[in-house]
Design a protein around this ligand. Structure first.
Ligand code: SAM
Ligand code: FES
Length: 350
């Protein structure tokens, strides 16, 4: 297996058959070797920096019904909320004061937030702070809508493809189209966003063949960011009785993505930190280089309950900022509060 890992490390690509062989045969020893090689490529491209993004979860209303998700439309127990424009701007002001230079606005697909409202929010943030990046993560929209947000100043867009196995995708996403999701990602790239795709790990019935498809798809798409997190059941969803994904499998996926896309911005996700106390640190050691602490007001944090056991729901933004900084440092990394653009979008060094 070490030979395959070396091949991946040198060429940043591997055939479908070889990826599957690697996934089927990883043992403890070569998993550690995989992490080490991923870490080398992260160091080569981004040193030991970990980029910080302030996450603002601004609405938990959603028109979709993804079976794994706690804010799905049919969850009658979800306590719904929306932040006002003023609330969102206040989160950004507090974040800016704490040093954040990227704000990630995430929410369910909430029709209340029309294109005009999103454009107004994005342009207000960009006119208030001239040195911040705005990332949107608000689901599937038309090419024209994405274009409007981009013209208003949005820099980046996160839209996980969730799984690249069409059959699995369809079983998890009633009344949604796998083809449309993929098309959205290509549209975002065409417009000029820094684009984030990604998938969940440990979904019911997800196999190594499915992960292989995810990895090959990411290599083809060439996104700038990749969000990979474990599936964690949420008590009010149809998958409430299923098993969570594991930290180890998630870290293996992070490492392989680092080797396939050496320059990618790769978060150690909150879901990974929610599975285990040292989950995020393990994700960073496996090749991750981004964390996304929560800037949402504490009174709504618990309501954005995508899965059970989410961390940091009671902690003020300033507390999370300090806590995560300590964790990153203790794990041997350096906190970087800059915008942290993908290398291909960074200003050339003169
Ligand atoms: N609506 C937007 C979208 O669809 O991209 C953004 C919000 S959505 C709630 C954010 C991400 O949460 C999804 O891409 C999904 O991967 C993740 N998520 C939802 N439910 C989850 C669960 N039970 N466990 C782990 N991750 C989950
Ligand atoms: Fe929020 Fe540690 S990051 S309390």
């Amino acid at each position: 297996m070490k030979q395959l890992i070396d091949e991946l490390y040198i060429n940043n690509t591997l055939s479908k058959e070889k990826i599957l062989m690697l996934l089927n045969n990883l043992n403890e020893e070569n998993t550690q070797y995989l992490y080490m090689k991923a870490n080398e490529l992260r160091l080569h491209n981004y040193n030991n920096k970990v980029y910080m993004r302030g996450l603002i979860e601004f609405t938990n209303h959603c028109k979709n019904d993804c079976v794994y998700c706690g804010i799905r439309k049919h969850n009658k127990n979800a306590d719904r909320y929306r932040l006002s424009k003023e609330d969102i701007i206040n989160c950004c002001k507090e974040g800016y004061r704490l040093g954040y230079r990227t704000f990630v606005l995430q929410g369910g697909e909430d029709l209340y937030f029309t294109d005009d409202k999103i454009v107004d929010i994005v342009s207000s943030i960009k006119s208030l702070f001239d040195d911040v990046a705005v990332t949107l993560s608000i689901g599937e929209k038309s090419y024209e809508s994405y274009r409007k947000y981009y013209d208003a100043g949005a820099d980046r867009y996160l839209l996980r493809h969730e799984t690249n196995s069409k059959q699995l995708y369809n079983s998890l996403h009633p009344n949604m189209s796998y083809e449309n999701r993929i098309e959205c990602l290509y549209n975002l790239k065409k417009i000029g966003y820094q684009v984030g795709a990604g998938f969940m790990v440990g979904l019911p019935n997800q196999t190594n063949e499915d992960y292989t498809k995810d990895l090959i798809f990411l290599k083809e798409l060439q996104p700038h960011m990749v969000g990979i997190g474990p599936f964690i059941p949420q008590k009010d969803t149809p998958l409430s009785m299923e098993q969570s994904g594991t930290v180890d499998k998630t870290c293996i996926m992070l490492s392989i993505v680092r080797l396939l896309l050496p320059k990618v911005l790769l978060p150690a996700t909150t879901a990974l930190g929610s599975l285990s106390n040292k989950g995020r640190e393990k994700g960073l050691k496996a090749g991750g280089n981004v964390v996304m602490p929560n800037l949402s007001p504490t009174n709504v944090r618990e309501k954005y309950a995508l899965y059970d056991g989410k961390i940091c729901t009671g902690d003020e933004a300033a507390h999370c900022r300090k806590c995560i900084e300590n964790r990153i440092r203790s794990a041997g990394f350096e906190v970087d509060m800059s915008r942290g653009d993908h290398i291909d979008f960074s200003a050339p060094i003169v």
